[in-house]
Design a protein around this ligand. Structure first.
Ligand code: HEM
Length: 317
């Protein structure tokens, strides 16, 4: 995956990474966001409906090997799993198509994002970094983050959306958030957003139950669960209707939009040499595969640059 040449995009990417470093401190060898994670291997099997949506190679084959990384939010490699800031959780999926050929899905457990653009997201992070969250709010002297949220209703809605902790990574749903453009063998184009739902069903904990859990409860549970049997998720795509906004991650489509099933993930083992593999793998929010293209959502190109710059720094550490 090449680094873009657009200087403004590169400067914004570096500013965003630096802002994460300011908030969470630098932890060489770890991600500046979603630092704590674990990787599993398994397979993806397409559903019989998937070929109507896309001609992508992992849909036309019987099955494809996958690697999945589950993660907590924040750039803290040791963030306790029961810290409220560890939500939303992350799920990144790599479909291995051939040697050095792959396509990824990067998703998190909240359906949405605080901002439409990366510039706004940088303003959001800067306002957060400049605010002392340990003191009560004072309407006469609002904090920078309160001023930002007051002028950005979508960011306020994201911040206020409930983000309960799951009892297991295998009992959480994940959302691709940014729309993709799917093309099938006939050339028919549809826009859609990924939803990854656990076969075991969603299960969330209330605040008291979370507080009673250990700092590593999710990662310990993941290891025990996968040793006992496969973990399955269905990968779904919510389809846009003509006229739906497809380039803005802050805008939800109505729930009555049809959902089609792309296929099933079956995760069977923790990755050997997990720490090394996590340091090495760089997920790409842009699919870069025939049959699935990015939408014009401005977050996609930016994130591809951010993750690549950050991943190269991590590999070099
Ligand atoms: C401007 C918007 C965003 C910025 C600046 C940003 C920033 C970052 C950074 C710096 C990383 C670490 C990358 C690495 O070192 O490999 C990261 C990872 C991640 N982000 Fe984002 N992010 C953005 C939007 C999103 C969105 C919309 C989602 C959800 C769909 C998301 C989900 C994730 C996940 C799951 C990871 C961990 C990926 C992995 O396991 O390697 N991010 N993000």
């Amino acid at each position: 995956m090449p680094l873009p040449t657009d200087e403004k995009l590169l400067a914004l990417s570096n500013d965003l990474i630096q802002q994460f470093d300011t908030i969470f401190g630098e932890h060489p060898g770890f991600r500046p966001a979603h630092a704590k994670g674990a990787m599993l291997t398994g397979t993806f099997t397409p559903s019989s409906d998937a070929a109507a949506l896309t001609r992508a190679p992992h849909i036309t084959r019987a099955s494809t090997q996958v690697t999945v990384r589950f993660s907590n939010s924040t750039g803290l490699p040791l963030v306790p799993d029961n810290d409220p800031n560890a939500n939303p959780r992350g799920m990144a999926i790599r479909f291995h198509l051939a040697e050095h050929s792959h396509t990824d899905i990067v998703s998190h457990s909240t359906d949405g994002f605080p901002t439409h653009t990366g510039d706004e997201f940088l303003d959001f992070l800067r306002a957060l970094a400049a605010s002392d969250l340990s003191t009560p709010s004072d309407p006469a002297n609002p904090k920078p983050i309160e001023i930002f949220l007051g002028g950005h209703p979508a960011a306020l809605a994201f911040v206020q959306a409930p983000k309960p902790a799951p009892s297991s990574f295998a009992r959480e749903s994940f959302f691709g958030v940014t729309a993709m453009q799917f093309t099938n063998a006939d050339g028919t184009i549809r826009f859609g957003r990924y939803r990854i739902v656990p076969e075991a069903g969603n299960d969330h904990l209330d605040a008291t139950a979370v507080a009673a859990k250990s700092a590593n409860y999710l990662f310990d549970e993941l290891t025990e669960r996968v040793a006992a049997g496969p973990i399955r998720f269905r990968i779904l795509v919510q389809l846009a209707k003509d006229g739906d906004v497809v380039d803005d991650a802050t805008i939800h489509w109505p729930e009555d939009r049809p959902v089609t099933e792309l296929g099933t993930l079956e995760l069977t083992a923790r990755v050997a040499d997990d720490a090394h593999e996590q340091q090495r793998i760089i997920f790409d929010p842009i699919p870069r595969v025939d049959g699935i293209d990015p939408s014009d959502d401005p977050l996609l190109e930016l994130r591809a640059a951010v993750y690549l710059i950050s991943g190269r720094r991590r590999r070099a550490a």
